[in-house]
Design a protein around this ligand. Structure first.
Ligand code: HEC
Length: 182
């Protein structure tokens, strides 16, 4: 954190002869309200939960109960969540949040790209596509966490939460977004 800040301050001085990097200057154009952790907890995670919870199946002693958005309003919520997921990729790329200009940016761009698929699925009101896109979103979360936040390798995904499953052991794995439970 500190190292990165001081680099940002020092670099423009060291290369003061060069035209300044517009990306560096952009940090004066905005005013971050929260850090990466705050963004995860208050913006990205809640949106992802909404998206993941929209379509799925609950396994209990009476069988499999599949659910999906029914009303226009419910579909709107899924669509809004997808937009938050997609734009969060851009929020993560902002200076002050990006931990580097390499893999971090690639994971963040992946989130934008998969987020677009998530939006398309929601706008098509295609429950199966929402389920698939949700699994892909999850893979992007996990991939970035594997590199930058090992303590958060698995963000909460209610479909893998055994608490929701009554009377069936190990059912959570079968309900994993990508079917592998990984
Ligand atoms: C570009 C990288 C990146 C992507 C993509 C990413 N995260 Fe994170 N996430 C992080 C980092 C880094 C942390 C650790 C933040 C910290 O503690 O300072 C984190 C932490 C978290 C936390 C734990 C916060 C806490 O302290 O309890 C949650 C929850 C989380 N992410 C959810 C998600 C979800 C859900 C997604 C996908 C929709 C996602 N993240 C995608 C980088 C990423």
């Amino acid at each position: 954190m500190d190292t990165r800040r001081s680099l940002l301050l020092v670099l423009p001085l060291a290369f003061s002869g060069c035209t300044s990097d517009p990306a560096t200057e952009a940090s004066e154009d905005y005013d971050l309200v929260t850090d990466v952790q705050g963004l995860m907890l208050t913006v990205l995670e809640p949106a992802a939960e909404t998206y993941w919870d929209a379509v799925g199946a609950i396994l209990d002693s009476t069988g499999v109960d599949e659910f999906q958005p029914e009303t226009e309003e419910e579909w709107e919520q899924v669509r809004h969540a997808a937009y938050v997921i997609a734009e969060s990729g851009n929020l993560l790329m902002m200076r002050g949040r990006a931990l580097d200009r390499g893999a971090w940016m690639a994971f963040s761009r992946d989130l934008v790209e998969i987020g677009r698929e998530a939006i398309a699925a929601a706008e098509a009101m295609d429950a199966e596509a929402v389920f698939t896109a949700g699994g892909e979103v999850y893979l992007v979360c996990s991939a970035c966490h594997a590199s930058y936040a090992l303590q958060t390798l698995r963000p909460n995904d209610d479909r893998t939460d055994p608490v929701e499953v009554e009377g069936v052991e190990d059912a959570a794995e079968a309900e994993g977004p990508d079917g592998s439970g990984s």
